[in-house]
Design a protein around this ligand. Structure first.
Ligand code: HEM
Length: 412
């Protein structure tokens, strides 16, 4: 250690503990106020807590490699390992990939996610969201199953090009995937998830082969055309990996985020009423939820060499957890940081989508989907109320956060 800071080992910090899973924010703020970095025994990771240090780590991919982004936190059973080994041929292409491969593959994907391309998708998002809202009956409704789950799933699958008739099968293979790499699934769960991952992977291989034989008008076919023009710069397995990765990254992140948004807005009734009275407030409400209660409150890196963070020495090859949720409430950067306020003016600086070379490629899509969902809710059900005293159930894992169910009273 290079300074006289409190011992950097925190024996109590456990992102899989019940209190953290129920509400991580008091714990995130506590550790951030106490120390810039510490070692957490429960997950065998070094944890970085403050905005400036997290931003610096995100901007320094040579020291903070992304390679561990999807690696299981805890060792897998031999059975799960052998299922994966036999049938799952995925390799890093974006979120868990470092330059130069990351640079090459991201460049080809970036175009598909430009603000212009996303704005072309917006009418389709409105159409699907309207269809889902039309189907809601007055009374107690779970908004996750009614809209926040099916909307992003449908949009990302359609964007990639997966046919409508496969959606239910694909969704069933996604179940509990988060637990595999970010949680602590039981041996039985590991086996089920591993088999689903293999099924999903094979499906992506076959799907990309079909598009290779006959490209159409979708994102995967755009990648196929790039491959055909220059096979060296994007291979067919690269494309399969992108399809596999996007179908996961573009899905539950946004489901959880939209659930968090509705929950926070209804809990702050006067802000929900403001938003319903003036729907032009929706984009900044979306930013405030990203800051205050994002669906990815923590993300991972691994150090390539020894580094000092806020005066705390961290060794080479240290697994790192960046507490984005703590950074986004860092009082050095946000006034009244612990207060949810859709009217705040300093909100855009948040780190909910990361920063630098791995900045979330789906940020514009996620923002747009959440905005459309909130707009429709505000138009159709301004009087909607949260069902009181419901037990919110959040999945136990180190990175993803959103309620599994969100019960509201949907008005007549
Ligand atoms: C509100 C919803 C979302 C949140 C909070 C979120 C957050 C994040 C974060 C924190 C990262 C990691 C940045 C880093 O490692 O530095 C990331 C990366 C990524 N996200 Fe998102 N994301 C969301 C939605 C989406 C959507 C809808 C898609 C796809 C359609 C997507 C695709 C990706 C991909 C591919 C990466 C890796 C990019 C790279 O490494 O170059 N995300 N996202």
């Amino acid at each position: 250690m290079t300074n006289a800071m409190a011992c950097p080992v925190n024996h109590g910090f456990n992102p899989l503990g019940d209190d953290y899973v129920a509400d991580p924010y008091p714990i995130l703020s506590g550790v951030r106020d106490e120390t810039p970095a510490f070692y957490a025994q429960s997950i065998d990771m070094w944890v970085i807590t403050r905005f400036d240090d997290i931003q610096a780590a995100l901007m320094d991919p040579a020291t903070f490699s992304a390679a561990v982004g999807q690696r299981p936190v805890f060792p897998l059973t031999e059975e799960a390992q052998s299922i994966i080994k036999a049938g799952f041929r995925a390799y890093p292409v974006m979120s868990d990939c470092d330059p130069p491969r990351h640079t090459r593959i991201r460049r080809h994907n970036q175009k598909g996610f430009s603000a212009r391309r996303i704005s072309v998708l917006e009418p389709k998002v409105w159409a699907k969201a309207t269809e889902l809202v039309d189907a809601i009956e007055p009374g107690v409704v779970d908004l996750v199953s009614a809209l926040t789950y099916p909307l992003p799933a449908y949009m990302i699958f359609t964007f990639i090009g997966f046919p409508d008739e496969d959606m239910d099968m694909l969704k069933s293979w996604c179940g509990n995937r988060i637990a595999f790499s970010w949680g602590r699934p039981s041996a039985d769960e590991q086996q089920v998830i591993a088999n689903n991952m293999v099924n999903y992977w094979r499906y992506c291989e076959e799907f990309v082969a079909k598009r290779l034989a006959e490209p159409v008008d979708d994102f995967t076919s755009d990648l196929i055309r790039i491959h055909q023009a220059d096979p060296e710069s994007l291979s067919v397995p690269d494309i399969t990996n992108v399809a596999y990765g996007l179908s996961f990254a573009g899905h539950e992140t946004t489901t959880s985020f939209t659930g968090n948004a509705v929950r926070r807005l209804l809990a702050n009734r006067e802000q929900w009423d403001d938003l319903c009275a003036d729907r032009s407030l929706i984009p900044q409400a979306v930013e405030e939820v990203l800051r205050y209660d994002s669906s990815i409150p923590a993300w991972r890196r691994i150090t390539t060499k020894a580094v000092t963070v806020g005066g705390v020495d961290i060794p080479a090859n240290a697994k790192i957890l960046l507490l984005l949720g703590a950074a986004n409430r860092d009082p050095k950067h946000f006034e009244a940081a612990e207060t949810f306020d859709i009217h705040r003016t300093d909100v855009r600086k948040h780190l909910a989508f990361g920063q630098g070379i791995h900045y979330c490629i789906g940020a514009a899509l996620a923002r747009m989907e959440a905005r459309v969902a909130l707009d429709l809710f505000a138009q159709r059900a301004p009087g909607m109320r949260m069902v009181e005293e419901q037990d919110f159930d959040f999945p136990a894992n180190i990175s993803f956060r959103g309620p599994r169910k969100l019960l509201v009273h949907w008005p007549e």
